[in-house]
Design a protein around this ligand. Structure first.
Ligand SMILES: Cc1cc2nc3c(=O)[nH]c(=O)nc-3n(C[C@H](O)[C@H](O)[C@H](O)COP(=O)(O)OP(=O)(O)OC[C@H]3O[C@@H](n4cnc5c(N)ncnc54)[C@H](O)[C@@H]3O)c2cc1C
Length: 492
């Protein structure tokens, strides 16, 4: 019997497989496609994803293949979001095609011992008390596989979600945008966003001499996703939106995409879980879907491993649902708001877009939205401890360590276990299995006021703050630290 069967070798399934392997879990990924899809839906990897990859020592291999973009947009508003303010290790968005992201993630998952089987599709599931039986179709025949847990990372039409009886309420598509991956004789020197009465237009280089053009044209936005898109239509819409056609030629991919918006009513049904697009879908505004899904996997991996290995305290696995559903809800809201700006057609709507652009010029507002789009602003729902430090539940950000080999805490987290950092030079005597002590008594600095009074911090495997102590007394803060650790692992 398998420990975990994952359906879908997209970015989310592959990252989850690798995270589970970090804890020694036997994991098999089955992927319907016989070969990787060369086309890239996502072309933007947010700083929050790069920071997650940095916790496993992998960020640089993605950066080496992409192009850092220091700013982003909100609904194509003319004031750009400044990612240098978010406190990330890699404070930029990386322009990188999803096909390259998936190739690098698959290499990593295989290197750490995951099995990835292609040309194999999960078609049905039956749950028992101790295991799930999955029927898999491959090369025209069917076989059964038993696994303790099954995770559906199989995209918006998830067979796993449907077989588990998890509802996917929401709305069908009402508008479409278009995209064109093309070569340009007259490329822009920097990422471009343009808006006007004809709609919105974005252009960015995505590598290998190819640019992604994406637009929402008021004249064509009611065409269905199935209606063919030609280079001539893209040229015409680009001229209408931008005033020139950038010398576009040699299209690699032309497509329309819609704003169908749905979210799974629960992320777990018994021994079946869903993550990524299988759990949520929305208009691809601001480059957030893949990033959100990778955070689902980062949240789920260590919890599912602890559950399988009998280390999880009660409720740990269910906290995957309670923590990640609100995060997706917030992204759904911001993509809806962005779509309203993209699709602005009336004088009132166009004025609203100008007002938003002006509001983003205010540095605090700009930083807040840069953090949101970069994936740093989805704090966990408030816990039970009323006096918890404000950092509790937030993502690790803005903390610099005075250690030559670890300028931030991320390189200290390659093992995937909780990490305790003592920040005032005195050791917190909070030892326990699963807690790596190598980083004890590191000196740290932060210009951010949130860290000013912190004497010790316990960081979860997914780089969220589990506990931040301010007590100068090491014994007293060790007691608090142990309580926080118990919520993560039962062996304490
Ligand atoms: C036009 C567009 C642009 C986008 N741009 C961005 C962006 O810039 N940044 C960003 O973060 N997000 C972006 N997204 C969203 C992003 O592409 C998705 O959120 C992301 O691909 C989700 O990853 P996933 O692994 O959950 O699902 P998927 O990537 O859909 O992978 C699911 C996998 O499961 C396989 N599968 C399906 N059914 C089965 C089955 N029954 N058994 C086995 N395997 C199965 C599929 O073949 C597929 O390989 C964009 C989306 C669109 C449409």
């Amino acid at each position: 019997m398998l420990d975990v069967l994952i359906a879908g070798a997209g970015p989310v399934g592959l990252w989850l497989a690798a995270e589970l392997r970090l804890h020694g879990v036997e994991v098999t990924v089955v992927e319907r496609r016989a070969a990787p899809d060369g086309r890239s839906r996502a072309v933007g990897m947010q700083a929050g994803t790069l920071d997650t990859f940095a916790t496993r020592g992998l960020a640089q291999r993605f950066i080496d293949r992409g192009t850092p973009v220091p700013t982003g947009h909100f609904g194509a508003a003319t004031t750009r979001l400044d990612f240098s303010t978010v406190g990330a290790v890699h404070p930029f968005m990386l322009a990188l095609g999803q096909s390259v992201t998936e190739q690098l993630l698959e290499e990593h998952a295989l290197a750490v011992g995951a099995r990835v089987l292609r040309g194999q599709e999960v078609v049905s599931l039956t749950q028992g008390p101790d295991a799930v039986e999955a029927v898999i179709r491959a090369a025209g025949s069917h076989r059964s596989v038993r696994a303790r847990w099954v995770v559906g990372c199989d995209g918006t039409r998830s067979a796993v979600r449907q077989a588990a009886g998890i509802d996917f309420p929401g709305q069908d598509s009402t508008l479409t945008g278009w995209l064109a991956d093309v070569e340009l004789d007259d490329p822009p020197t920097a990422p471009l966003a343009a808006t006007g009465p004809a709609g919105s237009f974005l252009a960015a280089r995505i590598g290998d001499g190819v640019h992604r053009l994406a637009g929402l044209s008021t004249a064509t936005m009611h065409r269905g996703t199935g209606e063919p898109l030609t280079l001539e239509e893209v040229r015409e819409q680009t001229r209408a939106l931008l005033g020139r056609d950038l010398g576009m030629r040699s299209p690699r991919w032309l497509s329309r995409y819609g704003n169908a918006t749905r979210q799974a009513s629960r992320y777990r049904a018994g021994r079946v879980l869903v993550a990524g697009d299988a759990a949520h879908m929305f208009f691809p505004a601001g480059g957030q879907g893949m990033n959100l899904g990778i955070q689902d996997a980062a949240n789920l991996g260590w919890k599912l491993a602890a559950t399988l290995q009998g280390r999880a305290p009660d409720g740990l696995l269910d906290s995957y649902d309670t923590e990640r559903r609100p995060a997706a809800r917030a992204v759904i809201d911001n993509t809806r708001a962005q779509l309203a700006l993209f699709a602005a057609a009336t004088p009132e709507q166009i004025a609203l877009r100008e007002v938003c652009s002006a509001a983003l010029a205010e540095p605090r507002t700009n930083r807040q939205w840069a953090r949101r789009i970069a994936g740093f602003d989805d704090p966990l729902p408030p816990g039970t401890a009323p006096d918890a430090h404000p950092l509790t539940g937030t993502r690790l950000a803005g903390l610099a360590l005075n250690a030559a080999d670890a300028p931030t805490a991320h390189p200290l987290m390659h093992h995937g276990r909780p990490l305790l950092l003592d920040l005032d030079g005195t050791r917190t005597p909070c030892t326990a299995p699963g807690l790596d002590r190598q980083a004890a008594a590191v000196n740290a600095e932060s210009s951010h006021p949130a860290w000013r009074d912190v004497t010790a911090v316990l960081i979860r495997p997914d780089a969220r703050i589990a506990w931040a102590g301010t007590d100068p007394d090491p014994q007293r803060r060790a007691a608090d630290c142990r309580t926080a650790l118990r919520a993560l692992s039962r062996l304490v």
